[in-house]
Design a protein around this ligand. Structure first.
Ligand code: GMT
Length: 389
């Protein structure tokens, strides 16, 4: 098949998933293109994916250069030039809408649109009044619609009153890169435990809870914390770490050249978000044999098996996470068992071979005209008084 991807090339999980899926499909013999205003940092030179840069021209009349139109134009160009079958849009805003526009532009040539919902495109951005109608329209008009967790699929139907739920295709991880071999062993007596948090440090990640949990753990065990990523809450986390007297034990790193290596160096990965549709960084850590302490909310319980591969506590319950984390870290046998179980469960449930064929099957169905049922008769909840969102 011939597929073109569009995604956010920045640090978020949706761009990573799109890039890894594009790479996996190219390896499986498909012709794969990816269009974005910047090369996604995870798109490796040997990926087999053709990257197309979207240029965004400046013009004095434009107060805000219309990136989305340049992207739609580029997608249409690629579809025509390479006779593309599928435009796969990752993250509803703006990629699903730009894909629909490109589909319309190339007519009578037929290209199908598959949209993958990642989370905040539904729960935060898409639910804003300024984007709600466009997001709903894009979902209804896509030929195929997927969500990365059961939780997100249900949340989408609830907020947007869709006639049918998106198909759930969980995220996956390349277990050749994210593997446990060479991981840090259980620390020798007196050596510190390494605790990790990796995210784009937005408010939804509750980075202050990460610092507070670390403070509680290091009261009872020698430990150090790495906060990997950039984002608006970084300053707050730095201030809190200083206030709690943790400066020497907390390292902030914007990026890492070797993300799997960082994951392998950690003994516990913290993801204490308010909600997380899936939690890709939890999955990547698990693949490296690093147990996760996560929030018992959103899609995280679909990724972390409580007591088997990680620990779950209600959102904001710092004391619960501290208690469970300390119990685990103090017990070498249990930590080693959980580390092994994490890596092996990920291979079994979230490996490339398990998940990528689900997308191929969806593309086949969509091309055969068996895409999602487009019953658009159900009215937009925003048109009715008291509509639920
Ligand atoms: O929240 C982020 O880290 C970024 C965001 C994105 O779209 O780039 O992540 C969302 O998509 C990821 C990939 O599917 C999921 O693993 C994350 O759970 C999801 N984030 C949230 O739901 C908050």
């Amino acid at each position: 098949m011939k597929i073109v991807f569009s995604c956010h090339p920045t640090l978020g999980g949706s761009g990573i998933v799109a890039t890894e899926l594009a790479t996996a499909l190219a390896r499986r013999g498909h012709q794969v293109h990816l269009a974005a205003c910047k090369r996604p940092y995870r798109l490796r030179a040997d990926s087999g994916v053709t990257f197309h840069k979207v240029n965004i021209p400046e013009y004095p009349l434009f107060m805000y250069p219309p990136h989305d139109l340049s992207l739609a134009n580029k997608l249409a160009e690629i579809v025509r030039q390479f006779d593309i079958d599928i435009i796969h849009a990752h993250y509803a805003i703006p990629h699903a809408i730009t894909a629909l526009l490109a589909r319309q532009v190339v007519r009578p040539q037929r290209a199908r649109v598959v949209t993958t919902l990642h989370g905040t495109d539904i729960t935060l951005v898409g639910s804003l009044a300024e984007f709600y109608d466009l997001t709903r329209h894009a979902m209804l008009q896509s030929d195929g619609l997927t969500a990365v967790s059961n939780w997100l699929a249900q949340e989408t139907v609830r907020r947007f009153e869709l006639p049918a739920a998106p198909e759930v295709i969980h995220n996956f991880v390349d277990t050749e890169h994210f593997r446990p071999e060479g991981r840090a062993p259980y620390p020798a007596p007196g050596e510190p435990f390494h605790i990790l948090h990796a995210s784009n440090l937005r408010p939804v990640k509750r980075v202050a809870d990460v610092v507070r949990v670390f403070a509680g753990v290091q009261d009872q065990l020698p430990a150090q914390l790495t906060i990997l990523g950039e984002g608006p809450e970084k300053g707050l986390a730095q201030e809190l770490a200083a206030e709690l007297g943790l400066c020497g034990r907390v390292t902030f790193a914007s990026t890492a050249n070797d993300v799997p290596g960082v994951m392998r160096s950690a003994h516990l990965n913290l993801l204490l978000s308010d909600h997380e549709s899936f939690g890709l960084s939890a999955l990547e850590g698990l693949a490296c044999g690093t147990p996760v302490a996560g929030s018992d909310s959103g899609g995280l319980p679909e990724v972390i098996t409580e007591g088997e591969t990680g620990l779950l506590c209600p959102v904001g319950e710092v004391a619960c996470t501290v208690a469970k984390a300390v119990t685990l870290l103090k017990n070498r046998t249990e930590w080693e068992r959980m580390s092994r179980a994490a890596a092996s469960e990920v291979r079994e449930r979230f490996g490339v071979e398990r998940v990528v064929p689900r997308y191929e099957a969806l593309y086949e169905r969509v091309l055969a005209g068996e895409g999602q049922r487009r019953d658009v008769s159900r009215s937009n909840p925003r048109d009715r008084a008291g509509g639920t969102r």
